[in-house]
Design a binder for this molecule. Structure first.
Ligand SMILES: Cc1ncc(COP(=O)(O)O)c(C=O)c1O
Length: 392
């Protein structure tokens, strides 16, 4: 049997070796604590669960849904965008459901990229910004995110010949994995860049609802001209603890929305209507729930910031996202540090290069574990470092 080459084109999964080591540690009886994955530990809010249960008992939800989404879903999405971001969307043409942000990232590539095209993807970045373009037969040109630039890609540094072949630019603020937020004027620059090079901007807005210290993340679509050049992918996964539900919204430029919808009529048959009802409940009845979650993550963030400072790993505490992006101590690579933290402290952190080559020298900590476990994890790392065990 022969398999398609496109799977070989995707960079090797950097967690594979780490996962092998985790399994080995667990077999040895070590209680491994994972700060590796950004999957909320707390349950989905009750009104959302109720809405699902009720809708699932209604047989009218049991048939194929449409890829357009129900009118109720599209209206709730448009109302949310108006009330939360001040963005006007036509529910009939500028918004459709997606089966989670990840699905949207992958399929929007199939809708926008041909073989020979270039996709501009942030590095470090969410891995589907690499696999999506590669599966479409396109090339990826990485835009390094550097601390000195606030982890915002320097668009003027994109070589002319690359920009000329690029048809898609991915942006993501608040950002995974760096926790960075967008700076005023940046989205304007991105729109100008997109116009100049006739390409689409896809802003992945997975984290706008997890913010701290009074910060409220904007939508890309708030920026004048955004709808002319791009779309935004919104997801309730992180704000409403709904990662398992596979729900999301693609909103903005009507032509891109329509091409995405058309593509998906050939690939999936839409979002289960009961999940659409549940998503409506999240965006209406449970609208303020992400503020509660943000408070939980703020508490955990402060705890981790204090612990990292105590062990001499200086960090700027993030103002959004449940992530810390931390430089590894001198003498380590990302992988050797992640390996040693697992070996000596029984704690999993994500090595930076899992998000792209510019992630080398960093590791990511996720705050999506209960406070008590987080406390144990940072204490274990602290003890290992102070005891000098974590030395090459
Ligand atoms: C930047 C980014 N986009 C999208 C997603 C996927 O979210 P969803 O659960 O909606 O597929 C994630 C999940 O970690 C993410 O970090």
């Amino acid at each position: 049997m022969r398999f398609a080459k496109r799977l070989d084109a995707v960079p090797p999964y950097l967690f594979a070796e780490l996962e092998r080591k985790i399994a080995e540690k667990r077999r040895e009886g070590v209680e491994v604590i994972s700060l590796g994955i950004g999957d909320p530990d707390l349950p989905t809010p009750e009104p959302v669960v109720e809405a699902l249960a009720e809708a699932a008992r209604d047989p009218s939800t049991h048939q194929y849904p449409s890829n357009q989404g129900s009118e109720e879903f599209r209206t709730a999405g448009a109302d949310f965008y108006r009330e939360r971001f001040g963005v006007e969307l036509d529910p009939a043409s500028e918004l459709v459901p997606a089966l989670g942000g990840k699905e949207a990232v992958g399929h929007v590539c199939l809708a926008l990229l041909d073989p020979g095209d270039i996709c501009l993807s942030p590095d470090p970045g969410y891995p589907p910004y690499t696999s999506g373009p590669l599966f479409s037969g396109a090339e990826v040109h990485y835009l390094p995110l550097e601390e000195a630039n606030g982890f915002l890609p320097e668009l003027d540094a994109v070589p002319q010949e690359v920009a000329a072949r690029a048809n898609l630019l991915f942006l993501n603020y608040p950002n995974n994995p760096t926790g960075a937020i967008v700076q005023p004027g940046y989205f304007e620059q991105a729109i100008e860049f997109a116009r100049r090079h006739d390409l689409a901007v896809v802003h992945d807005n997975a984290y706008s609802e997890i913010c701290f210290d009074g910060y409220r993340a904007p939508s890309f679509l708030e920026t004048p001209g955004a709808k002319e050049v791009g779309i935004e992918i919104f997801s309730p996964s992180k704000g409403w603890n709904m990662t398992g539900w596979r729900s999301g919204i693609v909103a903005g430029n009507a032509e891109i929305v329509e091409h995405f919808r058309q593509l998906k009529t050939n690939l999936d048959s839409g979002m289960f209507e009961a999940v659409q009802h549940a998503t409506v409940a999240a965006l209406t009845e449970a609208r303020d729930f992400p503020r509660e979650m943000s408070e939980v993550y703020r508490r955990r963030r402060d705890l981790v910031a204090e612990a990292l400072a105590a062990i001499g790993l200086p960090v700027e505490p993030p103002r959004a996202t449940p992530y810390f992006w931390v430089r590894v101590p001198e003498g380590y690579t990302s992988e050797s540090f992640a390996g040693l933290v697992l070996e000596q402290a029984g704690v999993v952190v994500s090595p930076g290069p899992a998000y792209g080559p510019s992630g080398e020298g960093f590791f990511r900590i996720s705050l999506t574990v209960p406070d008590d476990q987080l406390q144990v994890a940072v204490r274990r790392i602290e003890t290992s470092l102070q005891a000098g065990i974590l030395k090459t």
